[in-house]
Structure formats: structure tokens, C-alpha cells
Design a protein around this ligand. Sequence first.
Ligand code: MSP
Length: 531
Amino acid sequence: MVDERFYITTPIYYVNDVPHLGHAYTTIAADAISRFHRMRGRDVFFLTGTDEHGQKVAQAAAARGLSEQQHCDELHQNFRALWTGLDISNDAFIRTTDPEHKDQVRAALQKLWDDGWIYEQDYEGWYNVSDEMFVTDGDEIERLKAAGRVEFVKESNYFFKMSAFQDRLVSAIESGELTLRPESRRNEVLGFLRQPLGDLSISRPKSRLGWGVELPFATDHVCYVWVDALLNYCTGLRYLNEGTPADDQYGPFWPADYHLIGKDILTTHSVYWTTILMALELPLPRHIFAHGWWTFEGQKMSKSMGNVVDPNRLIAEFGSDALRYFVLRQMPFGQDGDFAAAGLVERINSDLANDLGNLASRVLNLVARDGGHFAPGEATEATQPLLDEFNAAAADFERDFADFGFAVALRRVWEVLSATNKLIQDTEPWRLVKERDEDAAAGHLYDEVMRSSGSILKSLAALLYPVMPRQMGVLWSALGGAGDLSDYRYTGGDRWLPVSPETLVEKGDALFPRIDAKSVPSFTERAEQGR
Ligand code: MSP
């Protein structure tokens, strides 16, 4: 086992939101990376959860006639259920209403107060409840006022001296102590930091909002929901660190290797969170990766537009593997992309049903019909170039996938699948198998083509497992892989996992059934209402 720890997080999602494709996207990416590293022997901690405090939650609970806690206890289950449906392998699920989280938030706030990083001041301004943020830009205020989305508040507030850390933050980004990805987001943050940085209001008076973590030094205030939420990345480690000495409170997993976020929450992470960590004298996360935005058929997905794509429906229709593959293959991580059902069906049919699924069925069915065993032997010039191509592609895949280049890594694997399909088309093993009684060379070629294709499929099952854990596990077992694929660990640099003549191959069901494009229902709320 490589002694390397790897800690990755997703944002903790607003408990009020109905989980949609955007939430699923970040979590699928974090899951794929976690599975990838676990298989390579790393000690992974993958954290996700729900953000449960704040005014929006309080209002929604009141509207339902429930206490805030009851409301959250019920709604956070939507996220848990979706992660189960998507085969998400998170090591812990944190809720900001967990008592241990709240205790640690209070301890962190107390430390900031004791160290002089917090001061009290009156504040008045416009507050945007749906984003849980004060708005300072004049045009923005007018726009939100017209939409009824801001309210004027005048109150006493506690402020965090964020401005004191501006220079240190700039040099942390410039020196590589903190890497912001992609490059365009790093530039955006550095641009933002060219203006003087203000201080951050970190409290709300209870008279306006009671639903949050009380400030330990001013119990008539609760903590600003973003500060409470960001601290989850440290407090979530308590699931691991019982018994950790007090002077090392977050244990060996801090700092995080990657915070995966959407581009909408870049500032809160790269400016608020990092400066809070500096004040707490904790190391900064190594990377923050802000991925792009999914639109739906060219439009922004939003509840009010009624075009929010429900991942549960996609899973029910196509299975979680297909959805996972699609989102990772379709849009380069970091860029924006568009979701359209037609594009999803097209990818499932061509990449999964055809290139991968058909190849697997052909190989498994031919071998199963012909005694059920791969013949032993060595590769000759008939298939050696293909095996070399696999090795080259596997090396590229390793490099690109580890670096979040999912789309490029997958495209490379599909080149190997195309070459393998071409080998099958060119050699026509279903013809060779009939000729082998009269023609020994045909028999040898048949054996070799089956063995090489089977070995490529088995090797690819392990390589593609982080993306499609379910069906790659099925393919792995069908080709004689030992044990559960999730327990498999690469031991050396080699990704080549040849089939064994001892394996008994049986006919199986199609890994990815073809979808009839005409029968595809729609996946958004509006379409549902219209039906
Ligand atoms: N609760 C805060 C995060 C606190 S983290 C300390 C929050 N929650 S959220 O429910 O609004 O989730 C935002 C995240 O969901 C985005 O950063 C992104 O990861 C994901 N997405 C939500 N909509 C999305 C798209 N349309 N496209 C891609 N991802 C998006 O913000």
C-alpha cells in the first residue's frame, strides 16, 4: 500500500434544494477521483454533506409548519438517496446541524475572537436571502430589488478581519502554496484581489435569524451560514480522528488535497475560506478546482424556469453508470457544457452499447459457445500492436485522469476500443472458429484474437471502474477477475491484466442495452407538468 493520503471534498449542498444534475456532477467527479486513488493504494477520505443553517432554510421550514431541524432531517435524505443511487462512495456525510460540527465551529470562532481577528460594528445594507450574502454593487442591488430578492437590514454585526490577509493570500496563490484551477479561475481571483479586500461579516443577530450556530462570545448572534459551512471541511475529519491529540485537532488528513466546487462559489472558497484558515493558523487546501456550469438545452437550469434536470429520473431510465460516464465524458472538467437528452442517448448508444457493450458480448458469447475458455498462448504480430496501443493509452489515461482530465482520458480509452473492434471486424473470429478443424493457422489466430480482446476488456474494466463501478464490476467478474473489483489494487505500474485460461466464460446480459431514442421521456420538472 502506497503510504499516501488523499482528502477530497464536494461543496455541502443546501438542504432545501432538490438535488439536480449540477449537484450530481460535482459529486460524481469527486467519487471517480476517490475510486481512482483507492484502487492505486492511496488512503482516501471523501467527504460530502448538507448545508443546513441560514435564513432560507428557516423560511422554508416555517412555510411547511415544521421546526428547522425536522425540515432538515427530512430533506437531507434527498441527497443521501441520490448518492446511493449514483453509487457514490463517500467516506462520511456531514450535516452542519451535527452537534459535533457545531461544537467545533464554536471552538474555531472562539479562537478567532481570542486572537483578535473578530470585531463588532453596526452594519446596514442589502441582503440577498437566496444567496445568503450582502450585496454591495449598486446595479446588482437595483436588479435584485426589482426581482424582490433583497431586503434592507440594519444591525450590529461581528466582522472577521479578512483584509489583514490579502497580501498573504496573493502570495500563497502566486507561490503555488494554494493552486486554483483551472488557470482562468486563478486569474479571476488574482484580478479580484487587486482591489482592496474588505472585512467579512460573520454573524447575524438572532432577532432576525435564530437558525444557526451561536457565537460563543455573543450569544445573541448566530454565525454567518457560509463560515459555518466552510468549516465543515475541517470538522468533517472528526469522523476519522477520534483520539487525535488536541494539538493536532484535524488529524493527518488536513489539509485537503482538493476542494471540488462549481464556479459559482469560487470567491467564498478561495478568499473567505483561505483567509479564515490563515487566521486559525491552519495550512491551506492544496487545490481548489472550480468546474463549469451545466445548462439545459442551452438555458440556465433553474427552479423558476422549471427546467431542472432530475438525476433520479436519469438513473431510473439509463442506470447510474451511463449517467456517470456521460457527465465525465461530455464536458471537459472546468468548462461549461450543455445537457440534452438526445446527446445522452447518442453517447449511450454509440460509446457504451456499441463500442464497449457489443465488443464485450461478442467476445464473451464466442468464447462461451466454444467451450468457455480462453486458450493459453503468446501474442504474435497479429495482436501485439494492439497490446502496445493499450499500454500507451493506459499510461495516458493514468496521467490525464489523475489530473481531472476525464473527457480526454476517456476518449483515449475509446481509441483502444475502436482498434479492438477493428481487429474483430478484420479477422472475423466467428468465421475463423469454423475453419479451425481444417486450418490450424485460423485456429491459432482465433485463439489469439479472443485472448487479446478478452484481456483488453478485462484491463479496461479496471481502468474504467472509477467511472462505471457497477457494470465494470460485472465485466471484471465475467472475465475471471478475482473478487470484487472495488477491492482490486494495482500493485505495480502495469495496467495489463490478461485473462486466464482457467476462467470459465459464460454468456451474459448486455452490459449497456441500446436505448430507443423515440421512447425517451423528458427529465425536467416543466416537461413533467406538461405531460
Ligand atoms: N451550500 C453552498 C456550498 C457550501 S460549501 C462550504 C452551496 N450549495 S448549493 O447547493 O447551491 O451547491 C452549489 C454547488 O452545486 C456548485 O458549486 C456546484 O458544485 C453544484 N452545481 C449546482 N448547479 C450547477 C450547475 N448548473 N452546473 C454544475 N454544477 C452546479 O452553494
